[in-house]
Design a protein around this ligand. Structure first.
Ligand SMILES: C[S@@+](CC[C@H](N)C(=O)[O-])C[C@H]1O[C@@H](n2cnc3c(N)ncnc32)[C@H](O)[C@@H]1O
Length: 256
């Protein structure tokens, strides 16, 4: 589709969404490099553009006579100057390459833990810590352009509060609603394809019991290739939970 045609298409649905949004609402629209400028042109007509996030989604088809296409732009805007942004909920846990210590030998701005040396950093507008859902990941479905739960978790945590309503008019396999549910937000989505809508329903059902989001643990986002350290922390956590439940059972037993 030519850029002008594509802009008309975006305008046809974006303009009618406006009346649904609160004055304090935020909006995120994702597209690849070809559609990015059209998204910006239309979105800036109706919203205050706050940033362009570039997501390096890593996997992409190699090209012989061009650069491999492996980024997506996520345009972030708000309806007005009054909006919610919770930076503390989207901090990133990174391994420290050169652990600097102060004159007393204490870690300077990093944490020394059993799992290694880590720094909690502010999130930037380049996201390199999120892969697309691979076949081996529990969240993966047959939807061809499914977004990772970790990506939606960042957006939803930063720009909404528990109990807020998250709306996705192109829901696909349901990622936005599933993550909203896991993070205790209300959700509403529209999907034109019956089969994808069923995938979304199934995932929402699973989310009744499973609230985990791969790559997001203990209130922080982990960088890529840190699964080993995440598993060690989870193993420690499970051990603690087991310890607590044993205590609870002993206590309950003594009341009988
Ligand atoms: C890019 S995909 C969304 C993928 C989704 N974020 C996920 O994680 O699965 C866009 C979806 O919008 C749906 N769609 C396209 N036109 C639509 C329309 N007019 N109304 C509702 N859904 C539509 C498509 O069927 C497709 O599943």
């Amino acid at each position: 589709m030519e850029t002008v045609e594509y802009e008309k298409y975006i305008d046809s649905w974006l303009s009618s969404l406006l009346r649904l949004l609160k004055p304090t609402a935020s909006i995120y629209i994702c597209g690849d490099w070809k559609s990015s400028s059209a998204i910006y042109n239309v979105m800036s007509k109706y919203f205050i553009i706050r940033n362009r996030i570039t997501w390096e989604r890593e996997k992409g088809r190699g090209a012989l006579s061009n650069w491999k296409n492996c980024i997506e732009d996520i345009w972030y805007g708000t309806v007005s100057k009054e909006y919610h942004f919770d930076v503390d909920s989207v901090k990133l846990k990174r391994k420290v390459v050169a652990p600097y210590k102060d004159k007393d030998g204490n870690p300077k701005d990093w944490i020394d833990s059993e799992e290694g040396a880590f720094r909690i950093t502010h999130p930037s507008n380049i996201w390199t810590d999120i892969t697309i859902p691979y076949w081996s990941m529990a969240e993966n479905t047959e939807h061809p352009t499914q977004k990772p739960e970790k990506l939606l978790a960042k957006i939803i945590l930063a720009s909404s509060k528990a109990g807020d309503l998250v709306f996705d008019p192109f829901l696909g396999s349901g990622t936005t609603s599933v993550v909203a549910k896991k993070l205790h937000r209300n959700y509403c989505g529209i999907e034109i394809d019956n089969y994808y809508a069923c995938l979304a329903e199934k995932r929402l059902d699973i989310a009744n019991d499973d609230k985990t989001i791969q790559g997001y643990h203990d209130g922080v986002f982990w960088e890529r290739n840190s699964l080993g350290a995440q598993k060690r922390i989870k193993a420690n956590d499970d051990h603690h939970i087991y310890g607590n439940s044993t205590l609870f059972e002993q206590f309950a037993g003594s009341m009988r």
